[in-house]
Design a protein around this ligand. Structure first.
Ligand code: IPE
Ligand code: IPE
Ligand code: MG
Length: 245
């Protein structure tokens, strides 16, 4: 019988958690952990592209992260502006298309200009879609979609809401990873993760390397996605094999 390789997740979503603890353990300021987190993201983007993952969505700054100490918030903002300037040309060379997801009101003009420029400069790329969720919250996303429909006088159906959500340009995540040991969603992709496979890693985000990503993908490939059906209904062939066939 022909052996079909199990499919790699099309869309991976990641809560990149644990930067602060990574830094604190090294007696460094928390911002040093976030800096290291950018390195880890770069490595992860390359690894996803190499494994033929087509969409990567990462949580970089939550609506709730404004409640952190001012030095940390301003450090994170500076890091983002700096990363936009430095990383975008390289990402574009690697075929990455960038989207920034989140509330832009409240961000600096410089930051907004950087986000728009990065999106425009990478709009033609097709290898990997990278959605960076910045000043994002899952509840914000749902409420905003509902408000848009209401303003347009459209009925609040599931399909209409889905089309108005911030990630309407990509299919829902298949694999939802959270690093840093916490097992919670922290308001990330509440609507879109309805059928995502959840995977929690104890590794802190700066330590989440290619091998850790491969472990997560391997765990995903062992899952049976039933979408409400029974195992028997899915048949003798595993759901992932069906998908690949
Ligand atoms: C995640 O790392 C990055 C952001 C929230 C910006 P944390 O900064 O939450 O790291 P820990 O959880 O304190 O270790
Ligand atoms: C979630 O991490 C947000 C990001 C990774 C950007 P947090 O560290 O902010 O989440 P909580 O506060 O532990 O739930
Ligand atoms: Mg955290």
């Amino acid at each position: 019988m022909k052996k079909i390789a199990p499919a790699v997740p099309h869309h991976i979503a990641i809560v990149m958690d644990g930067n602060g603890r990574w830094a604190t353990r090294r007696f460094l300021p928390r911002v040093a952990g976030h800096k290291q987190g950018v390195e880890s993201l770069r490595r992860c983007v390359k690894a996803c592209a190499a494994r033929d993952v087509r969409v990567l969505t990462v949580f970089a700054f939550s609506s709730e992260n404004w409640n952190r100490p001012v030095e940390e918030v301003s450090g994170l903002m500076e890091l983002m502006v700096g990363a936009l300037g430095r990383e975008v040309p390289k990402l574009s060379q690697d075929g990455v298309r960038l989207h920034f997801i989140g509330e832009r009101g409240g961000l600096s003009d410089k930051m907004i200009a950087g986000l728009v420029q990065a999106e425009t400069a990478t709009a033609h790329n097709t290898r990997l879609v990278l959605n960076v969720c910045f000043n994002y919250g899952g509840r914000w996303d749902i409420a905003r979609a509902a408000a848009q429909l209401a303003a347009r006088g459209e009925p609040l159906t599931e399909a209409n809401l889905d089309a108005a959500m911030a990630l309407a340009h990509v299919p829902d995540p298949d694999l939802f990873i959270r690093t840093g040991g916490e097992q919670r969603l922290s308001n990330f992709l509440l609507w879109q993760s309805a059928y995502a496979e959840l995977y929690f890693s104890d590794k802190l985000w700066p330590e989440f390397d290619e091998a850790a990503l491969d472990d997560a993908i391997a765990a995903f490939q062992r899952r049976e996605r039933r979408y409400g059906q029974t195992s028997e209904q899915l048949g003798a062939v595993g759901p992932r094999d069906q998908q690949a066939a």
